[in-house]
Design a protein around this ligand. Structure first.
Ligand SMILES: [Zn+2]
Length: 86
């Protein structure tokens, strides 16, 4: 799952086929198909969440105590499926 973090307003949001923006409007992006996405903004930082680890964390949500961790990561600046528009 691809997401964007705006380093200006700290919003984190998932992408869809519709163009989405953060609260301050400096970061925006959208999926072009099921895999490829584009984003823009000098404050934009691309993030990924491992779908399988998120599904596991959802299915194993604890009733109390520590939360169930899942894998999130920064996507490289040079990524062929998540391209920054200049
Ligand atoms: Zn923002």
């Amino acid at each position: 799952m691809k997401l964007l973090l705006c380093l200006n307003c700290n919003d984190v949001f998932s992408l869809s086929s519709q163009l989405k923006k953060c609260s301050c409007g400096k970061t925006k992006g959208q999926y072009m198909d099921n895999i490829n996405a584009i984003y823009e903004g000098e404050s934009a930082l691309p993030l990924g969440i491992s779908n399988t680890s998120l599904k596991d964390a959802v299915l194993n949500q604890p009733d109390r105590g520590m939360g169930k961790e899942f894998i999130a990561f920064t996507i490289p600046r040079d990524c062929p499926t998540f391209i920054k528009k200049e």
